[in-house]
Design a protein. Structure first.
Ligand code: FMN
Ligand code: FMN
Ligand code: FMN
Ligand code: RBF
Ligand code: SF4
Ligand code: SF4
Ligand code: SF4
Ligand code: SF4
Ligand code: FES
Lengths: 205, 194, 311, 442, 331, 190
């Protein structure tokens, strides 16, 4: 092999130039190559989340999404799910920032009357093993834990407040803060959903 | 040193984590479960092999003064590539590992092997070295991940071994990472002595 | 395609810019550092033991590079091969020095040297030595508290529980001299290893007059001078009632060993003698022999703790 | 509230068994072994040789340097030999061995018992004659007194402090001397005051000697400028730094001498010796020592001749008890353990203590539990636990910066440590090493 | 001379103080609180205490003997203290297996990892306690009511501690005055009979222990006084600034493990500073952190964490606050 | 108030080392002596703030401007590496004393993930430049606090005899674990 290159100015710049050039090409190329799959993966994730929380549908809710601003930075997203053009439910991407560690993003599916069909946690930073249990806690099917479940309950009729604070839902053991936050997210989603429901009904009926 | 030794030394004798103590951040940061550990390990492994390969090919052409920047660029390229790939094909894992994926760039093992081995050796040994080190890293991460997951929530690779009421939450959290690794290394030291 | 182009341009720009800036700054702020320091450091064993007399391998490397003459500097751990490499890096010729090893110059086992007192202080030879003359009649001999063993970083020494004396494990001894430094009574000495590890030395440091020395220890050098007369090579000198064998002059003829009336001269690693030497006490064999003697509770306990610690 | 020093201190049991026993005179030995090094500083040089006849009080070894002291014969007889003999620590050191023959004193010594109060000598004469008489500090340090009294140029003293604290448990010699020789001591003090040119002297006495406080207070009223300062009983109040802090509330800075704060400290015994040297022309060759111990038949105080074997004084007090495990020259806190009873008594022998095994044997060393008790008792405000570890780890740099050289070796720390750690042993080791380094640096 | 006399450096006598004397002194000082907890919590507290102590002894002995291979030192009494204090920090209905894990962590991780008595950096009992608190938050925070002697163990009726009531209530948005009304009176808190861990129910018994230890010179006053005074002052200031949001000093001092921590746990020799100045700094630190964690943090109780955090500061405190040296100029 | 929360959070609650696991290598590596720990903390603070500012500007004016955010990793690390080397070279010449105190740690800093991690995190958190500086400064202080505390603990450990298998790294890690456990007491403050 050839001997080591001297550290002359030209050499230095040249070598670095070539390396960055090649790596630039490689990176740009890979970016282009993976752009599609990444976008697809993101979409799939969102769709999966929607699918999980609303009854079966055959439209593309992403196309019919409408957004509602809550404050300066955060918006709720509403994904209407329709079966043969009939609204069967709406997936609401809602959030709260009252979590133990800040924001919690929840996808919650409301049936047209506002009853909760299902929910899924999109993102959170709650403590693993404590707050993180909310992904499963509020959809327990065990009749003994009925009071913990939010499924098939309507925030308009049931008090979506943890029972410790006088509400109707039992909080996650040792994670009351996360539970309160979760309730807050659902409630926000519900409130906005009801507020905008009429509007939507008009536009889509 | 023959090729076999080049490959196997990273597994135990010079295991990057248990012996050399390099790349501690991902080691501790992502090992709250076995699968995360494995994922991180393999991602690092990929970067190690590729960068070792490329660096061993080009290192003679690189002047000393820009050696480090050049290596970093090469490594960073592969890191970004693996990041793209993971985002596209294993989005959940990508989200779990979070900031630790870009941080593979600064993982001391990668740069360390580039400097200490790849830049002085031919392509094949460099690849083997990278693979060995990467595998050693992966094994260590998976082991630590398994231990933490087991103690913390009674599972390994998501398979429940005992009821999670018996799980010690602390092992999933930061302190448990340090403590578990500390005792793992102590046990390994002890076994090696015996 | 756009992105690729922008990517390439941006990356190249940043890369080239950093190269240019670095180059000029490096030119402007150049500080000279002898690159040989790194080279030398790489050769050194990185044991950082301090045997060379410097705080660590790096500072030894710096000192080596600065020195004009490195013949007096030695890394005991790496020994001659390493110093030769250093020499070739620095362009010095190193003449191979004979390997040395530590020897214990006291044979005052519990048998040979009866106890007169019981030491009850901290288990440190230096402390005992600063307090009094030791728990036997010999004020020069080994105090038996094992400070030398503690000082050895290479596990090359241990305290023999039966004799109460330290023993050097030759294979492990790297001749760093830490024990020599540690011993307050100067019992240990670095001596030429000798061919096949054969060595002859006076295993005693007692400077008292013969009678007193003999009374304190049956195997003390009494300064009779017989060995001096016997030695055909003039290797033995007598000073302050104590004989000393110069290992550079000694030809290992073993004649002095036979004439010594107290068996103070030790020979190590020799094959057994053919004809039995006339009424020689057993003490002159390779290892000091001694019957186990129960030692007083406190001090022996301390010692035992230390020896086990160091094994 | 009685005065005392403010940092640290301990309260070991007093055990002053011999406090009520009047000073007796010990019979002259048959053979006197007089070491030529009985003081801090350079050993004296022997000026007699084998076969020479000597009288009591005759100079037999001359000071050999500035910090050194004359040695006088304590007996009359013939010099039998000058040889290395075992000293208290077991090492062989030079001594002049005299075969005793009668008790013939030099004529120049005034052997009458009359009190001579008038001080005729000048300051310079006093200091010179104290030096001639070979007086060393009798408080234990045996520092040549004339050196201490020759104040360094530019320094002035404003007070003389007499150390009558005797804070060591068991010892009572100073106590007895005060009760029996109060007037002589007062004159001695006046001589010392004249020597260093001060108008004020303070005698510090601990409250566990109420009779001595009363007696000395009464006698002192006859002598101008001398005050008695009763002190709360607390070890190590006898340390000169602590004594100065207790009596006049001045703290000597680290590494400095008492004169830095205008004080000079002398032991009461030394004051008595000064009296005898100046007024009676009698050199220092005998002194008072306590022989004591819980199992000893007659704990008592003896006036002995330097060079008497330790064995004699023990025999005179009832013989060595069966259970003796340790023989200590001095008190239990600072005294030195002897290797044998065949060694001679010297100018520094203030007592002989015989301890039984259960009282003195060290217990198993445990790990330091960091209780901080050693820190709180250290009268110098040091951290003994740390100093010990640093000494063990040979970290001499930190030892120095943690003021190891300030340690006065009082032993309060080792005494107190619940883990029985040999703190002072290691601190002394560290001090030795750091001292070497400091000297090398100069 | 025929007998071989001893030779040793001075001093030749010893005070007779020993590790055991100090340790068993502390145990004795804890007795009033222990007995009172037996009275208030009944069988449960006895089971918890016995399990904690027995497993501490077991782990201390077996780790020393079989893992470290040294002579076990179980009779020095320190494992007993760790055991009792661990129990003091647990609710009386804690499942046995959790207690055993706690003891393993306290002795195994907290103490023996460092080689045993005297070497550890963090208070072993608190290491055990906090480990459990983080690992098993549910079990560690459901306290049985102090009902007077009773024999129910696992299924005792539970009640929140005063601190938890306040924390919960404030989180909910209730006003402090209302909350205070729900609490037992200050006198009750001092004499016992509030919910909580075994050792934190009766201030009076703990103070009795403090007095005993001070009289016996086992500990000095600096740490407990510094902690209590700091908590009083700091919570007093907060209380004055906003009486509706922050409870007053008396409440903070009497509630939770503050007295327990200040008297028995912050004073642990091994993990507290050496000099008196250092002890004061350490105590003040604990006091401040306790209030900060209680008032602003997620945990209703802050003493344990505060002590552990300050344990970490001890080496720095020791280095920066040397005792006043003799002859040093006073500033 | 917001700034205070950022500071408290970065120093205590979400301490980089003890809670976020960044910069563990120097945390374990240069914590044997308090004096070096202090030096390292100083160097890290300096570089971290500097790096955050530079990467912030690059992100904003190059990456975002041209829509090539995916190049973040590579540009950031390149810039940080160059920056560190620059500082090192300059320091060596301009102030040898400061170099002795801080400079020797600089090579260690390039491969310190805390620097890159913080640079990336500031971008993720969408801070303004001022907040970014406050955040990186407090993160560095948090790093320094953990490092110095840890160094104190390790110096203390040097004075005692640890069990054989535990001595060295395991003891350091376990101690770090207990330190992290103590720091969990701060959780929930912000
Ligand atoms: C490290 C740590 C993590 C915590 N994580 C959560 C969490 O994720 N969610 C939560 O609601 N509370 C969390 N907490 C808060 C406590 O568990 C808090 O006491 C509890 O939420 C309220 O008490 P309760 O649910 O037992 O009534 C955490 C506390 C700590 C110290
Ligand atoms: C810890 C300690 C305790 C001492 N106790 C006494 C004592 O009780 N009586 C005494 O005269 N000297 C005692 N000394 C010696 C004094 O410090 C000082 O040397 C002496 O008083 C000076 O007088 P001198 O030179 O006449 O002996 C003690 C010294 C130390 C270090
Ligand atoms: C080298 C040396 C010089 C001394 N010089 C003086 C001096 O000039 N003036 C003085 O009053 N004492 C002097 N001393 C005596 C000490 O201050 C002190 O009295 C003596 O060391 C014994 O005191 P202690 O028993 O309390 O340690 C000197 C001591 C030494 C070792
Ligand atoms: C005053 C005092 C307080 C103590 N406090 C504790 C404690 O809080 N926790 C503990 O585990 N041990 C405690 N101990 C026992 C012992 O010191 C402790 O286990 C050591 O930390 C073990 O090395 C205490 C001992 C004493 C003398
Ligand atoms: S040879 Fe070793 S044991 Fe003997 S005195 Fe010297 S240091 Fe002590
Ligand atoms: S023959 Fe033996 S005793 Fe005589 S001088 Fe030689 S070594 Fe000493
Ligand atoms: S011997 Fe030294 S360290 Fe110990 S208490 Fe006395 S002055 Fe302090
Ligand atoms: S008195 Fe003993 S146990 Fe206590 S701190 Fe001092 S050395 Fe340690
Ligand atoms: S891996 Fe984070 S600093 Fe090394």
């Amino acid at each position: 092999m050839a001997g080591k290159k001297e550290s002359t100015f030209i050499n230095m710049v040249l070598v670095l130039f070539i390396i960055t050039l090649i790596s630039g090409v490689a990176l740009g190329g890979f970016y282009e190559l993976t752009k599609e799959p990444i976008a697809a993966a993101k979409l799939a994730k969102k769709l999966n989340a929607i699918k999980e929380v609303v009854p079966e549908f055959n439209n593309n809710p992403s196309d019919e999404v409408y957004k509602v601003g809550i404050n300066a930075t955060d918006t709720l997203e509403f994904y209407p799910a329709k079966m043969d053009n009939k609204l069967v439910g709406t997936a609401v991407k809602t959030f709260t920032n009252k979590g133990f560690a800040g924001y919690i993003w929840v996808m919650v599916g409301f049936l047209p009357d506002g009853t909760i069909n299902n929910y899924s946690i999109l993102d959170h930073k709650e403590t693993p093993g404590l707050g993180s249990k909310m992904g499963a806690w509020f959809k327990q099917t065990d009749p003994a834990k009925e009071k913990s479940s939010v499924i098939n309950k309507n925030p308009g009729k049931t008090k979506f407040i943890v029972s410790k604070d006088g509400g109707d839902i039992d909080a996650i053991t040792a994670a009351t803060i996360s539970s309160r936050a979760f309730m807050d997210a659902i409630q926000t989603g519900y409130n906005e959903y009801i507020k905008n429901k009429t509007k939507e009904d008009i536009s889509h009926e | 040193m023959n090729n076999l030794q080049t490959f196997t030394k990273g597994l135990i004798k010079e295991n990057p984590i248990f012996v050399l103590l390099l790349g501690m951040c991902p080691t501790l940061g992502v090992t709250s479960s076995a699968i995360n550990g494995l994922g991180m390990g393999l991602a690092t492994c990929f970067v190690l092999i590729m960068s070792n390969m490329v660096i061993s090919m080009v290192s003679n052409q690189i002047p000393d003064k820009v050696k480090i920047p050049s290596f970093i660029v090469i490594i960073a390229t592969f890191v970004t590539v693996i990041s793209f790939l993971m985002e596209a094909y294993t989005p959940a894992l990508h989200a779990q590992l979070g900031v630790f994926i870009p941080l593979i760039v600064v993982n001391c093992i990668v740069l360390g092997r580039a400097e200490a081995f790849a830049s002085k050796n031919k392509v094949i040994p460099s690849i083997l070295d990278g693979a060995g080190m990467g595998l050693g890293f992966s094994i260590a991460l998976t082991l630590l991940g398994s231990v933490r997951e087991l103690l913390g929530s009674g599972k390994v690779f998501g398979i429940t071994l005992f009821n999670d009421t018996y799980g010690m939450l602390i092992f999933v959290l930061a302190p448990g990472a340090f403590i578990a690794l500390g005792y793992l290394i102590a046990i390994i030291n002890r076994i090696k002595k015996a | 395609m756009d992105t690729i182009v922008i990517t390439i341009i941006a990356l190249c720009a940043i890369g080239v810019a950093s190269a240019i800036i670095l180059y000029f700054v490096a030119q402007k702020f150049k500080v000279y550092e002898d690159p040989r320091i790194d080279e030398v450091e790489e050769v050194l064993p990185a044991a950082n033991c301090g045997g060379c007399g410097y705080p660590g391998c790096r500072s030894f490397a710096e000192a080596l590079v600065k020195a004009d003459d490195i013949s007096s500097m030695n890394c005991p751990v790496g020994g001659a091969p390493v110093m030769a490499k250093v020499g070739s890096i620095l362009g010095h010729e190193i003449k191979a020095s004979d390997p040395t090893v530590a020897v214990v110059r006291c044979n005052g086992t519990c048998d040979n040297r009866p106890k007169t007192n019981t030491y009850d202080g901290a288990a440190s030879c230096t402390i005992a030595a600063s307090l009094y003359s030791g728990d036997t009649g010999c004020q020069y001999g080994c105090l038996g508290l094992g400070e030398c063993v503690d000082a050895c970083k290479f596990d090359a020494m241990y305290m023999d529980k039966e004799t109460g004396l330290p023993v050097v494990i030759e294979d492990k001894c790297v001749s760093c001299g830490a024990c020599v430094e540690a011993c307050p009574n100067n019992i240990l000495e670095l001596r030429k290893k000798g061919p096949k590890s054969r060595r002859i030395f006076v295993s005693c440091v007692n400077k008292d007059k013969g009678g007193i020395a003999r009374k304190a220890c049956s195997t003390a050098c009494i300064g009779c001078g017989k060995c001096v007369k016997e030695c055909p090579f003039g290797a033995i000198t007598l000073e302050n009632n104590l004989a000393y064998i110069d290992y550079n002059k000694c030809k290992l003829c073993r004649k002095c060993v036979i004439v010594c009336p107290t068996g103070a001269i030790q020979e190590l690693n020799f094959p057994p003698r053919k004809e039995k030497p006339v009424d020689k006490p057993a003490a002159a064999t390779a290892k000091p022999v001694a019957k186990p003697v129960a030692k007083t509770a406190v001090s022996s306990e301390n010692k035992e703790n230390e020896t086990t610690d160091n094994k | 509230m009685l005065k005392t020093f403010s940092i640290g201190g301990i309260h070991p049991e007093g055990n002053k068994l011999s406090a009520k026993s009047a000073i007796q005179e010990l019979p002259i030995p048959k053979i006197a072994t007089i070491p030529i090094a009985q003081h801090i500083g350079a050993p004296a040089k022997a000026i007699v040789k084998k076969g020479d006849e000597v009288k009591v009080g005759q100079l037999i070894a001359k000071a050999s340097g500035f910090v050194s002291a004359n040695i006088h014969s304590s007996v009359s007889g013939t010099v039998f030999k000058i040889d290395d003999v075992m000293d208290a620590t077991g090492f062989r050191r030079t001594a002049i061995i005299i075969k005793v023959d009668g008790d013939e004193w030099l004529e120049t010594i005034d052997r009458s018992k009359d009190l001579v109060t008038e001080i005729t000598q000048t300051k310079e004469e006093i200091i010179k004659n104290i030096g001639e008489a070979g007086i060393v500090g009798l408080g234990g340090a045996t520092f040549p007194a004339h050196v201490k009294l020759s104040l360094p140029p530019g320094k002035v003293a404003d007070v003389l402090i007499i150390n009558a604290v005797e804070c060591e448990p068991y010892l009572t010699s100073d106590h007895r001397v005060m009760l029996e020789k109060a007037d002589e001591i007062m004159v001695g003090i006046q001589i010392l005051m004249k020597a260093i040119d001060v108008k004020r002297a303070i005698i510090g006495i601990e409250s566990n000697k109420p009779d001595a406080i009363a007696h000395m207070t009464q006698i002192s009223s006859k002598y101008p400028g001398i005050e008695i300062c009763p002190l709360k009983t607390q070890y190590p109040q006898g340390g000169e730094k602590q004594l100065i802090a207790a009596t006049i509330k001045r703290e000597i800075p680290s590494g400095a001498l008492p004169i830095e704060v205008g004080a000079v400290v002398q032991n009461v015994g030394s004051a008595f010796a000064v009296y005898e040297a100046i007024q009676k022309n009698k050199p220092l060759f005998e002194r008072v020592a306590t022989v004591t111990g819980k199992s000893l038949k007659n704990p008592s105080n003896w006036k002995f001749r330097v060079g008497t074997p330790v064995n004699d004084i023990i025999e005179a007090s009832g013989g060595l008890p069966e259970d003796t495990a340790k023989i200590i020259a001095g008190g239990p806190m600072m005294g030195k353990a002897l290797v044998s009873v065949d060694v001679p008594l010297t100018k520094g022998s203030s007592g002989l203590l015989l301890l039984a095994e259960e009282e003195t044997a060290r217990k198993d060393i445990k790990a330091c539990i960091r209780c901080g008790k050693c820190v709180s008792v250290c009268p110098m405000g040091l951290e003994p636990y740390l100093l010990m570890v640093l000494a063990e780890k040979k970290n001499y740099e930190r030892l120095e910066s943690d003021s190891v050289m300030d340690c006065i070796e009082c032993g309060s720390c080792s005494f107190t440590c619940p883990a029985n750690r040999p703190l002072l042993d290691y601190i002394r080791l560290g001090k030795g090493k750091v001292g070497q380094i400091l000297r090398a640096r100069k | 001379m025929n007998t071989k006399v001893l030779v040793a450096p001075s001093p030749h006598i010893h005070s007779g103080d020993s590790i055991q004397k100090n340790m068993y002194g502390v145990v004795f000082a804890m007795l009033p609180a222990l007995l009172l907890s037996f009275y208030y919590f009944g069988l449960g507290s006895i089971i918890v205490t016995l399990t904690a102590v027995a497993s501490c002894y077991f782990f201390e002995f077996s780790i020393q003997k079989y893992l470290l291979k040294v002579e076990p030192t179980i009779n020095d009494g320190s494992a007993l203290i760790t055991g009792i204090l661990l129990a003091f920090n647990m609710p009386a209905n804690l499942p046995i297996w959790i207690i055993i894990i706690g003891a393993l962590v306290a002795i195994g991780i907290g103490k023996m990892t460092y080689g045993g008595l005297g070497n550890n950096l963090f208070n072993p009992a608190l290491v055990g306690r906090v480990f459990l608190l983080i690992s098993f938050p549910v079990q560690m925070t459901s306290w049985p009511k102090a009902l007077g002697f009773n024999t129910s163990y696992i299924d005792a009726e539970t009640a929140a501690t005063p601190l938890a009531i306040i924390k919960e209530g404030l989180n909910k948005g209730d006003s402090l005055t209302d909350l205070m009304a729900q609490l037992p009176s200050k006198m009750d808190m001092f004499l016992g009979s509030t919910g909580g861990s075994l050792g934190e129910v009766a201030g009076a018994a703990l103070v009795l222990g403090l007095i005993y230890m001070l009289v016996k010179k086992i500990i000095s006053w600096h740490i407990p006084v510094a902690i209590i005074a700091t908590v009083a002052i700091f919570s007093g200031i907060l209380n004055m600034a906003n009486p509706e949001a922050y409870a007053g000093p008396a409440f903070h001092i009497l509630s939770g493990g503050l007295l327990l921590g200040a008297i028995f746990m912050a004073t642990d020799y091994v993990t507290s500073p050496m000099s008196n100045k250092g002890k004061l700094i350490y105590g003040i630190g604990i006091g401040l952190l306790t209030v900060v964690i209680r008032v602003f943090g997620a945990y209703p109780e802050g003493v344990s964490f505060a002590i552990l955090i300050m344990n970490a500061f001890v080496p720095l405190i020791n280095i920066s606050s040397k005792p006043k040296r003799f002859g040093e100029k006073r500033k | 108030m917001e700034y205070i929360l950022i500071v408290i959070s970065a120093i205590f609650v979400n301490n980089v080392v003890l809670a976020q696991f960044l910069g563990i290598c120097p945390f374990l590596g240069v914590s044997k002596k308090i004096s070096t720990a202090v030096g390292m903390s100083g160097a890290v603070t300096f570089v971290m703030i500097l790096a955050t500012i530079v990467t912030y500007l690059i992100q904003k004016y190059i990456l975002v401007a041209f829509g090539i955010e995916f190049m973040q990793t590579i540009t950031f690390i390149l810039v940080i590496a160059a920056l560190v080397q620059l500082v090192e070279i300059i320091l060596k010449k301009v102030s040898p004393a400061l170099f002795q105190a801080l400079g020797v740690f600089l090579p260690l800093i390039t491969t310190n993930c805390a620097i890159l991690g913080v640079a990336i995190m500031t971008i993720q958190k969408d801070y303004t430049l001022l907040k970014a500086v406050v955040f990186s400064g407090s993160t560095a202080i948090g790093f320094g606090l953990a490092l110095v505390l840890f160094a104190g603990l390790r110096e203390q450990l040097d004075l005692v005899e640890l069990p054989k298998g535990i001595k060295g790294t395991p003891a350091a890690l376990i101690t770090a674990g207990l330190l992290a456990m103590a720091f969990m007491g701060f959780s929930g403050i912000v």
